[in-house]
Write a protein that binds this ligand. Structure first.
Ligand code: ZN
Length: 486
């Protein structure tokens, strides 16, 4: 079955065809680590994980990258205003770097709790300044960007396709941006690639001047291309990333290389809370801890997200979460019964040829085949997870009406394994196959020491992230490193 995906760029459903046979390279806009992501942020991260699990299960060689924005993301996604990191640091009376470390640890712990399969790279913006500078220089050389003093802007009129992803028109954007006039820019809709600000706490000395920092958009262009090449298969984000962030990424990347940047653009809809936008003033900005305090598992939340198609409105309420928890419990319970039934039929106390066994097999075999087909067809149809879950429950309900299920228990269990492989509904106990053994942890820690000695900070950070997401807590104490499992 060919996987069909809705491409936000063409606004059409398209058959997925990787650029290189057998390989999938994908990039997801990750968190801006100024504060712990709330449950709404996790909708797009869980969607990224679903894609990853799907491509893994299809046998593709996957390279998955999710960035960490730790500088340059200004309040309101704008060119001017305060950096989100710095604002938070000021409020908490910490340094921005302390905030980064704290929030990254929380983020990776959340991913672990949500059973997210670790991406292959979690690059941080502050570790990739040279790559960004190089790209900005390239854009200046090709006349897509211009310098004004120590600032650098992208000239949107140099890239006629600007606006194609978001459906915006350059002239209208110019008109709109005139409300906040920035005299430096050639056109009001131009956006910043590099900003100069001596008072900025996170700043770098580069060819553009002494005190500069990157714009948010250039970070994702530079980091995605570093790990995935100039053209890659899939780029995802939340619907709020479409404009300006992704529109700007396309302009910068294609402006710099002259090649198509991304083949498939996928965007998840916002999670609504209580029928509206979550907000501090309404007191409904929930974190995973808030859910756990009320007795829910992060996997209940995961299932709530999975039950909704990623492009449809999904409304979070405590009742909806209770419903998802109940449904997940029902599946767990059914799985337990099937496991017990499979053990009974395995023990050969019933001959396979016994009339009631044959009858039961005949009865359920077509139902299982049908459920598998429906499930696979729904997933292939632009990841229609809500239909896929309906197929699972259809089969469960048929089984639950019948007292004797042993004959087909193993087939149904195989199907549930497939469902779990994509949705991660069931907790893995103890030694998780995807987890790290003690020896793996020791080897990674040794590699991290080595990377730090070589001043290879990106690799050292990457290893720490990898360990955190595997639930390993590292403590650097007076020169020696201790670790334990969370
Ligand atoms: Zn991004």
């Amino acid at each position: 079955m060919t996987l069909q995906l809705y491409n936000s760029y063409s606004r059409q459903i398209e058959a997925f065809q990787p650029l290189d046979e057998g390989k999938v390279r994908m990039y997801h806009c990750g968190p801006t680590v100024y504060k712990r992501p709330h449950i709404g942020n996790y909708r797009s991260f869980l969607f990224a994980d679903l894609l990853r699990r799907l491509f893994d299960s299809m046998g593709y060689d996957v390279v998955q990258v999710m960035n960490i924005t730790d500088v340059g993301h200004l309040v309101d996604d704008a060119d001017d205003g305060e950096d989100k990191m710095l604002k938070q640091a000021r409020q908490e009376k910490l340094t921005p770097w302390q905030i980064v470390d704290k929030v990254c640890a929380e983020f990776f712990a959340d991913l672990h709790a949500l059973a997210v399969r670790p991406a292959h790279h979690y690059p941080r913006a502050t570790d990739h300044i040279p790559e960004m500078v190089k790209m900005v220089q390239k854009l200046i050389a090709s006349k897509h960007a211009y310098r004004v003093g120590d600032n650098v802007y992208f000239d949107v009129h140099s890239f006629p396709k600007y606006g194609q992803l978001s459906g915006n028109r350059i002239d209208e954007l110019d008109a709109g941006a005139r409300l906040e006039v920035n005299e430096e820019k050639k056109h009001p809709a131009d956006f910043a690639l590099w900003k100069s600000d001596p008072s900025h706490l996170m700043k770098w000395e580069t060819v553009f001047g002494e005190h500069g920092f990157p714009g948010w958009h250039i970070e994702c262009s530079a980091m995605s291309m570093k790990y995935l090449g100039q053209s890659f298969d899939i780029h995802t984000g939340g619907e709020d990333n479409v404009f300006p962030h992704h529109e700007c990424e396309i302009a910068q990347s294609e402006g710099a290389t002259g090649k198509r940047f991304v083949k498939h653009w996928l965007h998840t809809k916002f999670l609504q809370v209580d029928g509206g936008k979550m907000s501090k003033s309404l007191g409904n900005v929930w974190s995973l801890d808030d859910l756990e305090e009320r007795g829910f598992s992060p996997l209940d939340y995961r299932f709530l997200i999975m039950r909704g198609h990623y492009r449809t409105q999904l409304n979070f309420t405590w009742d909806a979460l209770r419903g998802a928890a109940e449904a997940r419990k029902n599946l767990l319970d059914w799985r337990g019964r099937l496991q017990a039934a499979a053990r009974t039929s395995d023990s050969a106390c019933r001959a396979d040829a016994a009339p009631d066994v044959v009858e039961a097999k005949q009865k359920f075999a077509p139902a299982i085949t049908e459920a598998v087909e429906k499930f696979d067809a729904a997933i292939a149809d632009d990841l229609n997870t809500s239909e896929a879950v309906a197929a699972v429950f259809g089969l469960r309900n048929a089984f639950m009406q019948d007292a004797f299920v042993g004959a087909n228990a193993q087939n149904a269990l195989d199907f549930l394994d497939r469902v779990d492989d994509l949705f991660a509904l069931f907790p893995t106990n103890g030694d998780d196959a995807e987890g790290l053994s003690d020896a793996d942890v020791e080897a990674l820690l040794a590699e991290r020491v080595n990377a730090r000695e070589q001043k290879d900070w990106p690799r050292a950070d990457e290893i720490r992230d990898q360990l955190q997401i595997a639930g390993i807590v590292i403590e650097d104490k007076s020169g020696s490193v201790h670790w334990h499992r969370s």
